[in-house]
Design a protein around this ligand. Sequence first.
Ligand code: ATP
Ligand code: MG
Length: 439
Amino acid sequence: MSVNAPTRSSITITKEDFDQEVTIRGWVQDVRNLGGILFVILRDRYGVLQIAVPKKKVPPELFEALTTIPRESVVCVAGIVKESKQAKMGFEIVPKSMEVLSKAASPLPLGVVDKVGVEVETRFNNRFMDLRKAETRAVFEIKSLVLDLIDESLEKEGFVEVFTPKIVASGAEGGASLFEIKYFDKPAYLAQSPQLYKQILMSTGLDRVYEIGPAFRAEPSDTIRHVSEFISFDGEMAFISSQRDVMDVIERCMIEVIKGVSERGSKQLETIGAQIVVPRSPFPVLTYSDAVDVLISEGRMMKEGDDLGTEDEKALGEVMKSRGSDMYWIIEYSESSKPFYIMEKEGTPFSHSFDLDFAGQEIASGGQREHRYDALTNRMEKKGLDASSFRFYLDAFMYGMPPHGGWGLGVERFVQKMLGLPNIREAILFPRDRNRLAP
Ligand code: ATP
Ligand code: MG
């Protein structure tokens, strides 16, 4: 037998293979020695297989090798597929030979199948092992599917996928959460969002763009929804009549993505134990004031002007759920609470902005942007920003900039909420936060 023999995965073996020889590769998940017979459970990406090793019918060296192989070692096994009523899959494999491709050390840093609770820190310290659990891995198959579905949805809407720099000279979302880096002999920052660049593109004729890429925020607080590096799904579109045009694109996209996951990701959803509901269009729209009123009537101590904190968002999520909606818009935030690039609602203290909340948590923010040069620089001044460090951005507003709007949506927050995960970190392979820089 050679490692190069064509191998079969656990899911492709069928009745057709009974009494035929197959070669399979994977991790030794478990070894159960019943004396006269040994059962080895072999796992690959798709599932597990049972290898039955009757002591009397296999060479003694092979029996010995399989008895002593440490759990989680990687092996290549060639053997005959035998129908078996007792085996979960309806068959088992009686081995003819085995090659150890990589012997695992023991003890393992954490068990793959043991039901005993493991500390979250231990899991993330040994993520390579944690990801051997089907339910942990399935989250990332779903995340990959989500990204495919976003591409499909936006392509239909005529969007062009773009990539903007992640090493930047100025931030857009406030100085406190910028990571400073050394860029040759100059200070620079890791991009908090593609905001300034996607807006510049609105002046070019590439008038519907989207980007899916990393965003960096030096988040000082430890919460279940903030990390220092996340994947942001950003979009920007020109010649809008109002922010409603932007909201419509996101709404269609969210419905298509969740519907697509429920159809194409059913196996992974089952592995995770997640049940998902496709939201109905149109999503309810609340003004910020409506949201505050709802919360006050729910007995929360707050007043108009207060930020909607984590607990407020959660309480609002409960109310909206009881009204039949997990996804809803919150519009008309005060202009003072929104970034400089958001358009003010003339003659009011409000702004042309929205948040999209999913099951009691903000997952996206967006709105109509200020495209008029003078109004934009006035707003920068009002926010205490130095226009000279935004020159490269402002120039694009001086020579013909159409009205436009857009959004930023946190991919992991979306995945977290859709799958009902307890923490955003569960939707990130190698999360980064104040306390974690490795693995
Ligand atoms: P929050 O108020 O929840 O901290 P934000 O309003 O500061 O979020 P925005 O600047 O509006 O965030 O960013 C757009 C989206 O990016 C958010 O709705 C969220 O989905 C995601 N996002 C922002 N910061 C983080 C973070 N630190 N970790 C993960 N996702 C984030
Ligand atoms: Mg926001």
